[in-house]
Design a protein around this ligand. Structure first.
Ligand code: PLP
Length: 408
């Protein structure tokens, strides 16, 4: 992969025809270290957010050794890259072959489920294995998350006790509970409520629990959507975990996806045509911008030019390159009013659910990946403002020294 100092360097490169995916492994490293330092339990990365090798390697190198996978291919990807990894198969509905291969070929012992039928499948496909960690997935409300996930999976608090007792009876190793508060959760209290609910179900079931898995949902920063500091989420979870007296000896797990990788990726796309306030781009809903076009929240954007534009910001409607009329953004993007054909626009916070969702529909390229060393945009993990200011002035000094060296 090519390396550049910042996305602006692309202006002096021969640009590829398609969009450019900017990869910032140092941002993954920063987020991983933050979680390893501050989360009082195991961190399992939800691979679906971004399965790119540069992401997996940056996580591994920075102490994230656990992975939450949802398919046979994700299992294989992680197991072959990191034979030592702790892999948890957290999809509550798996194919029989995926269960069997995960257990037999990739050494996966942890499986999620939300029904008796799935429990039977797991037992049959692992030959009645005794060394499983069975994790019962709860449905939780999703209130307070920008992207609720409550409807598709999970047992209700009424159904849970019977399933937990059945799973406890067959899992000699470990029994766990899990939930997902919804992606981009804005309220730490959502975790507290979900943990309280699972606690009540554990009491009702009268079983011992070895794992409390609080799932994903940890937020990233988007324009107009600044979450509370990440430490508030972690403190709320830690406090509530201590209050779960039924899980005194249990392990605490989390499965962040978005929070670990969102900041680490952006996409540079070219304007192919401007028609009034409409921009036709070389990337869109079927490429790296599925989330950026379909979610009804804003994404950060900047115009990349050697000379910064003095144009006032105005809202633009965005269209992707394919012929499908769904290839359009639901929320406008704010850009300087003088944007024109041939301009490059960088859209940020796309390390999660960006490239991971890209297709080649209609023959458009998903884009080359380039590593960038800059850290654009707001961060949930950046050092405190004072440290940031110091780092900034150190950077300015080093640039000045560099310029002096070059001009001398
Ligand atoms: C998608 C998913 C995650 C990650 O969710 P984020 O909102 O990206 O943190 C974690 N666990 C499960 C089971 C998931 O399906």
């Amino acid at each position: 992969m090519d390396r550049v100092h910042s996305s602006f360097d692309l202006l002096s490169h021969n640009l590829p025809e398609g969009p450019v995916v900017m990869a910032r492994p140092h941002c993954v490293a920063q987020a991983a270290q933050w979680f390893k330092t501050n989360f009082p339990g195991e961190v399992l990365y939800a691979v679906k957010a971004n399965p790119a090798p540069w992401v997996l390697d940056a996580l591994w190198a920075n102490g994230v050794k656990g992975f939450d996978v949802a398919s046979e291919a994700e299992c294989e990807l992680v197991a072959t890259r990191f034979p030592e990894a702790q892999i948890a198969f957290m999809h509550p509905v798996k194919s029989r072959r995926a269960i069997s291969r995960a257990y037999r070929d990739f050494g996966v012992k942890t499986f999620a489920l939300d029904s008796e039928e799935e429990l039977e499948k797991i037992l049959q496909e692992t030959g009645g294995a005794k060394d499983l960690t069975l994790v019962v997935r709860f449905a939780v409300s999703g209130d307070g998350s920008a992207y609720p996930l409550a409807r598709k999976f999970g047992v209700t608090p009424d159904e849970a006790p019977a399933l937990m007792r059945r799973a406890r009876a067959v899992s000699e190793e470990m029994l766990g509970v899990s939930f997902h508060v919804g992606s981009q959760c804005m309220r730490p209290d959502a975790f507290r409520q979900a943990m309280e609910m699972t606690n009540r179900a554990i009491v009702k079931a009268g079983v011992l629990v070895d794992v409390v898995d609080v799932g994903g949902g940890f937020p990233a920063i988007y324009p107009g959507m600044t979450p509370p500091p990440m430490i508030d989420f972690v403190r709320t979870i830690a406090t509530q975990f201590e209050n779960m007296f039924v899980a005194q000896n249990a392990q605490l797990w989390a499965e962040p996806g978005r929070a670990l990788v969102a900041e680490a990726g952006s996409v540079v796309t070219r304007v192919e045509l401007r028609k009034g306030d409409a921009l036709y781009l070389n990337d869109g809903a079927f490429g790296n911008l599925f989330d950026a076009t379909h979610l009804n929240w804003a994404f950060p954007a900047q115009l990349l030019r050697k000379e910064p534009s003095r144009g006032k910001l105005m809202p633009f409607r965005l269209y992707g390159p394919t012929c499908d009329s769904m290839d359009a953004a639901s929320a406008p993007l704010m850009l300087p009013c003088d944007v024109q054909e041939g301009d490059l626009i960088e859209i940020g916070q796309l390390g999660a659910y960006g490239a991971a969702l890209a297709t080649q529909f209609n023959g458009f390229q998903t884009g080359e990946t380039v590593v960038a060393l800059d850290s654009p945009g707001a961060s949930m993990f950046a050092p405190a403002p004072a440290q940031r200011a110091a780092a900034q002035s150190a950077r300015v000094r080093s640039i000045k020294r560099h310029i002096k060296r070059v001009t001398e």
